[in-house]
Design a protein. Structure first.
Length: 342
């Protein structure tokens, strides 16, 4: 457990893995494995599978076990030549019985932690939700997940996160409400709980750079967000890894002003990728479109046929790719694609 926490505290780029479907909306194992090889080759420190970007519908289509197994075995194979620390994270959904079953399934495939979605807990009391977290944390290390309401999450109080931070086997929290006040609640709760062993990761794809640069001070306690567990980092991943390493190298000194300009560029790219203009309805197709253009997936198809690129989203993706070439890794992908698709 110490090694797991230490690895996360060191600051890792952890993409949320997309789902590669062919023209018949069937899983393309060839491309699914290629995606995993891409993330390992790009230098990521972990991978989150069976999460929002992977499409929650995999559970209804009997794909959860195959997708978890493919990712895990491909990671192991990819790291054989050059072993290094790498965390496998499985998304856990549903009420307690479902989440526990998914945790057992993930552990069987070698996953070390569960990213616990609370989206199914729409109207239950916060005390009931906390009891759910305790039961899941009793069987697998938990990464908490504050998900924005516009994509299925709910707003929790500061008190909820303060009690959440007291649960022993919570090892990290992904902060992703896309809201400054709610993000601050989580950081303050962890700081005031005295849990210096809980790692903070940004999931705020709209504010990545600022989250990573900011020291959060509460009295005598200062906390930092160590890395990112992000859907955005499922694309242009090699550049994301590079950016994170550059941010870590800045240390505790003053931050050059150009980093704030770069933060705006990343947010502009995310607006196109996640389809903020249409309340994020094209989020998953946007990710798949970037990967399709690079040859890493065959289509932008989703298991839900109603999930498609929004009007104008393709043009926006072209715009940001041309506007910020320093944040695009097309050359890296092109150089290795044939090997990853083997």
């Amino acid at each position: 457990m110490t090694d797991l926490r230490s690895h996360l505290f060191a600051g890792q780029a952890i993409p949320a893995q997309p789902l590669a479907l062919d023209t018949n909306r069937q899983l393309s194992e060839k491309h699914q494995c290629a995606l995993t090889r891409y993330y390992v080759a790009a230098g990521c420190g972990g991978l989150a599978v069976a999460v929002h970007s992977t499409q929650f519908e995999i559970r209804e289509h009997g794909l959860m076990a195959p997708v978890l197994e493919l990712a895990s075995s491909t990671i192991d194979d990819s790291l054989k030549k050059n072993p290094r620390p790498f965390i496998k994270i499985a998304g856990l959904c549903g009420l307690t019985a479902q989440a526990l079953a998914e945790a057992a399934l993930a552990q069987g495939f070698g996953y070390q932690a569960g990213l616990l979605s609370l989206a199914a807990w729409k109207n239950e009391s916060e005390s009931d939700v906390l009891q759910h977290v305790r039961e899941v944390a009793a069987v697998i290390p938990v990464i908490g997940f504050y998900l924005q309401p516009s994509v299925g999450g709910r707003v929790f109080s500061y008190s909820f996160w303060r009690k959440f931070a007291e649960i022993e086997n919570v090892i990290a929290i992904k902060i992703a409400p896309f809201n400054r006040y709610q993000s601050l609640d989580v950081v303050r709760a962890v700081a005031e709980a005295g849990r210096d062993d809980i790692v903070l990761y940004t999931g705020n794809d709209d504010n990545i750079v600022s989250d990573l640069l900011t020291p959060y001070r509460f009295g005598s306690v200062t906390r930092r967000i160590s890395g990112g567990l992000l859907g955005h980092w499922g694309v242009w991943t090699q550049k994301a890894v590079q950016m994170l390493e550059e941010i870590k190298a800045l240390g505790e000194g003053s931050v050059p002003r150009e980093w704030f300009t770069k933060g705006v560029a990343v947010t502009d790219m995310n607006a196109a990728l996640f389809d903020s203009a249409h309340q994020f309805v094209g989020c998953i197709p946007g990710i798949l479109e970037v990967l399709r253009r690079q040859g890493l997936v065959p289509t932008t198809h989703c298991l839900n046929p109603h999930e498609q690129l929004s009007p104008g989203q393709s043009e926006e993706l072209t715009r940001v790719s041309l506007a910020y070439p320093e944040l695009v890794d097309d050359d890296f992908v092109a150089a290795h694609l044939d090997d990853w698709l083997r």
